[in-house]
Design a protein around this ligand. Sequence first.
Ligand code: HEC
Length: 216
Amino acid sequence: MTNVIFWGKYGVTSGRVGNDHLHIYRSACVRSIKRMRKRSLIPVALLVVFGAIQLVPVSRTNPAVVTPMKWDSEETKALADRACMDCHSNQTVWPWYSYVAPVSWWIANHVNEGRDKLNFDDLTAVRREGRRKFGNVANAQGEAGEGNEAGESTGTAQGGGARAAKIADEIKEHMQHGQMPMESYLPMHPTARLTEEEKIKLIEGLSKSVAATLGQ
Ligand code: HEC
């Protein structure tokens, strides 16, 4: 028989217990200590994983501007800068959290996908998706081989005009349906939230600016 102190559900008590009881009590203690050790390893493991994923390379580039935009007005440029250019230009302002994985993967993915679909700094880029949608355009630096595919317009000013019109249509459609700017962009970029009046101005302004840039 031993005198022990219990830290139990009902506070601290003491009493005399037999060896059996003591054994059970001891092993319960050991189990709970082991459990605690295991639990305290979870944050450490998470930290290690967090550190490791930072090493995954992320494509956070700002390539050279190929087709400098011929803005129809300073206002259009300012509106586009506020709402579109981080994802649809080569002049992305990469915020600090775009350097922290896994958020960085998500942001880089949006920017790269956004640029791929529509890049105001590279309007003549002949991309698979883009070309199908916007049509080919006179483009000396078209991707090797692609411009020569049968049935493709090898490009004239007319190609540029048709392309500009298609781009303008897409912009109008996406903005009118509230798809652009992307909803997930807004909480961290509240100035990208445009009023109805600003949206109309931007749709018109972008249409003119894209046409001017593509030589129409
Ligand atoms: C946070 C990044 C982001 C912002 C900001 C953003 N876009 Fe986009 N945009 C994307 C992504 C990603 C896609 C491709 C996926 C999709 O269509 O939803 C896209 C697609 C588009 C398309 C469709 C192109 C195609 O061929 O399918 C248009 C047009 C467009 N954006 C216009 C705009 C305009 C105009 C603005 C500003 C008012 C804007 N976007 C702001 C990321 C963005």
